[in-house]
Design a binder for this molecule. Sequence first.
Ligand SMILES: Cc1cc2nc3c(=O)[nH]c(=O)nc-3n(C[C@H](O)[C@H](O)[C@H](O)COP(=O)(O)OP(=O)(O)OC[C@H]3O[C@@H](n4cnc5c(N)ncnc54)[C@H](O)[C@@H]3O)c2cc1C
Length: 247
Amino acid sequence: MAWGHRLATVTPRDGRGFALTFDDGRRADCDLLVGADGARSAVRPLLTDARPSYVATLVELTVRDVDRRHPDLADLVGPGNLWCVGANRILAAQRLGDGDLRVGISSRAEHRLHGKRELLALFDGWDARLTALIDAADDAPVPRRIEALPIGTRWTHRPGRTLIGDAAHLMPPVGEGANQAMLDAADLAAALAADPADPDAAIRSYEAAMFARTRPIAEMSARVQAMMLSPTAADDLTRFFATGPTG
Ligand SMILES: Cc1cc2nc3c(=O)[nH]c(=O)nc-3n(C[C@H](O)[C@H](O)[C@H](O)COP(=O)(O)OP(=O)(O)OC[C@H]3O[C@@H](n4cnc5c(N)ncnc54)[C@H](O)[C@@H]3O)c2cc1C
C-alpha cells in the first residue's frame, strides 16, 4: 500500500494485469486494478467512454469560529443543517465539527458566481438574516462544478479491472454517493474473498449486482436534484415530504 501517489497512466501488461505510473515517476504493477478514484477517475476510461456532464454549480464559503464570532448565525443554523430553497437556487449551511460553518450555494448559473457580490445578487430580496451567511464568509467563494455520469452507465466486463464509488456511478449529490461507494467496496471485497481462485468471476458478479443496485438510485438522485433546483422547488419539496418521491 502506498498513499499520496497520483496515478498518471495505466498500461495493460502482456498477458495479465497493468503497469501503473504515478505523477512523481514511481511505477508499480498490479494483477487486479480497482478504480476507486472518484469523479474524474483515471481508471474509468479502461472500461467505458462515459463521461460526467454538468449538473449544477456549488459555491462554498466558510464562516470561521461561528459561535464566538457570529452567534446569531450559529443560532440560525443550529447543531446541524439549514436549507433555504428558492427558485432555481439553494442557500444552505452546515455546522462542521471544528466550529466553522460551511455555507453552500447551489444554482445552475455556470461560470457566473465568483464573488460575494454576485452571490448576494442571486439572493436579492431575501431576508437579511439569511444573506448574512454570505456577508459573514471569511474567504473568497470557491465554485465547484457538480457533475454526474449518464444514468445507467455500465460496461462489458473486461479482465482484471473494475470501478467502485463515484468512478463507477457519479450521481448528483443528494445523499447517496458515499453510501453506495462503501457498499461497492464491501460487496467487491466479499465477492473476491468468496472466490479467490477466480477474481474475474468475482468482479462479474459484483458488477452485475452493482449496476442493478445503483441504477434506480441514480434515477432517484437525478429526480431529487432537478426538483431541488426547479423554479417551484419549495412547493415540490413540501409535496415530496408529504407524499414521497413519486408523489
Ligand atoms: C456537495 C456534496 C455533498 C455530498 N453529500 C453526500 C451525502 O450527504 N451523503 C452521501 O452518501 N454522499 C454525499 N456526497 C457524495 C460523496 O461525497 C461521494 O459519492 C463519495 O465521496 C464517493 O466516494 P469515492 O471514494 O468513490 O470518491 P472520492 O471520495 O472522490 O475519493 C476518490 C479518491 O481518489 C483520489 N484520486 C483521484 N484521482 C486519483 C489519481 N489519479 N490517483 C490517485 N488517487 C486519485 C482522490 O484524491 C480521492 O481521495 C456528496 C458530494 C458532494 C459533492
